[in-house]
Design a protein around this ligand. Sequence first.
Ligand SMILES: *[C@@H]1O[C@H](CO)[C@@H](O)[C@H](O)[C@H]1NC(C)=O
Ligand SMILES: *[C@@H]1O[C@H](CO)[C@@H](O)[C@H](O)[C@H]1NC(C)=O
Ligand SMILES: *[C@@H]1O[C@H](CO)[C@@H](O)[C@H](O)[C@H]1NC(C)=O
Ligand SMILES: *[C@@H]1O[C@H](CO)[C@@H](O)[C@H](O)[C@H]1NC(C)=O
Length: 555
Amino acid sequence: MGLLKLVTPFLALASAAQAKSLADRVGKGHGLSEHAQNLFDYSMEVSDSRYDSSYNYVWYQDNGQWSVRFTAWYIAGLLHRNKCNDVKAAIAAIENVLANQLTSDFDSAWYGTFKLAPDEPDPTPNGPLYPPSIYGSYDPNWREFVGTQLIQIVEEFEHVLPPALTARIEDALEAAAVGGMRRNGSYPEGDNLILGYSNPAIMRALTTGWIGKRKGNKVLTDFAWEQGKELLELFQRGGQDVLSEYNAPNYYGIDIWALAANIAYGPADAPMTKNSKVILTELWKDIAAHYNPYLGNMVGPYDRAYSRDANTHSQILSMIMWGIYGRGTFGQPPLGEGDLLYDIAQGAALAMVMDVIAPTITKQAEEIVTSKGKWEGSRFINKTVWEELTSDEPRQITSWLSAELMIGGQKVAETKNRGNQYVPAIVQWAADPNHKPYPYMGFFTLYPSASTLTAEATENRLVVSYPDTTQPGTNIFTFGLTGIPPSYTLGNKHIIDGLEELPCLNVNVTAPGLVKQDVVYGSTIRNHWIYNVSYVVPEDFSGVPTVTLDMEYTC
Ligand SMILES: *[C@@H]1O[C@H](CO)[C@@H](O)[C@H](O)[C@H]1NC(C)=O
Ligand SMILES: *[C@@H]1O[C@H](CO)[C@@H](O)[C@H](O)[C@H]1NC(C)=O
Ligand SMILES: *[C@@H]1O[C@H](CO)[C@@H](O)[C@H](O)[C@H]1NC(C)=O
Ligand SMILES: *[C@@H]1O[C@H](CO)[C@@H](O)[C@H](O)[C@H]1NC(C)=O
């Protein structure tokens, strides 16, 4: 466990939040702080409302009618609450989770992972019923999502579980670790778990190390020890202190879970147990550097984002802030918001490690992430991000933020498109400063049609260009614009016809040789309804197509 040993350094670093005796917490279903309890209660309220107590699964469509992962997350909550039938239901639900592990084909890419839904078929490599498809008909990361959850369940609640059940959880975790350890980014075919795929990589360091230690399986512990060292090395490469899945408001929440679970539950002598504390402390500093207390959002660019606005759609990081400081802190979506009803499934399990997370937030970081309102001046961030220890084409990240306007861009040269979660360039501003509790935020974001692009943010300026026009997708710059306050367009008071004149923002667009298209409304980027503002690069264009945006906040 290593928790006793960690008590002293934790207290030395402790911020105002609950740095209570960690030695007391494990194995006793420890108490929660007021805010963690509040997060826990809401999570349980939502999960209770969709629990199928007949089958002992959480109803939620995930390739089928019930969600195995939501069920796993709920188990920790049931065991902690421990009222009425909770423990009985939890044990039945654990049986269900174990029954959903795919173990019949040892050599398959899905060996040891868990099904998304109990009613989906197993992948069928030799038939059309359900052909294997990574992140489609199976999710290799469920080994880590479900696996870390099972570890928390054993660490916190072993005393209420039948010993034979604990032994079977251990066997399941060993199969998951064996399957998970094989993944190296190119094997099994189509795999993408490189060191820089931060969230599953950090979780895998725990799943392999924890069960390796518990079972005395040296192959697993060797792997976990090596990964633990390399994850820190990659984080610290070039003195950058960055996760390679950089500035991802949703996955930062998972990273924080993964790091906290390593700290709380990892073997005392595993490098990742110690390294997680170093990474988590630095991660908070980086989050604080990006956080704009006036807009209640982190400046972009985002390596991965489902939501680009913490106040309209859930980001898991917001749930962490809720559990530590309360729901009034940081950007928070409305309680009934659809993505929150998804993310909150994990809230109860997260609530139980808030006491591990809180002391890793330095005073200075805490001051920024808990503050509100207008602030003076501006900040600039410039970071270099590598995907691997040996890769030599880093991405260059620039962000500029002031209270009312913030801009982010990154320079990337890749051949595979990162898809629409990728936000390589974004401008966010207070489109309605009178909205409460935060201004209503407008933003426009470059649709990543090209996989090689250069976007650079500086004071009041974003420059985007395509240095390699041989790549597909470099024939168009598309900006998805959203966050227009309701009063702006109602009654046709204003018609959006470009980026030039926006509520509270003037933009000078310089796009030499490019052809502006008619603006079209009605499509979405992830969760956001957008105006599509596009500039086409004509066939006969020569040189590097470039769009320069000079901005002035006008409210
Ligand atoms: C990944 O694993 C496969 C199978 O073990 C191996 O052939 C390949 O060289 C490995 N690739 C990397 C990048 O380590
Ligand atoms: C960011 O840092 C990189 C690497 O040091 C440098 O080349 C680039 O000019 C910097 N960008 C800005 C806008 O300062
Ligand atoms: C945006 O509009 C352009 C046409 O101007 C179209 O080619 C492109 O597919 C649209 N992009 C999105 C994301 O809807
Ligand atoms: C935009 O261009 C106009 C005309 O050249 C200039 O007066 C104005 O200051 C520019 N605004 C910004 C934000 O660069």
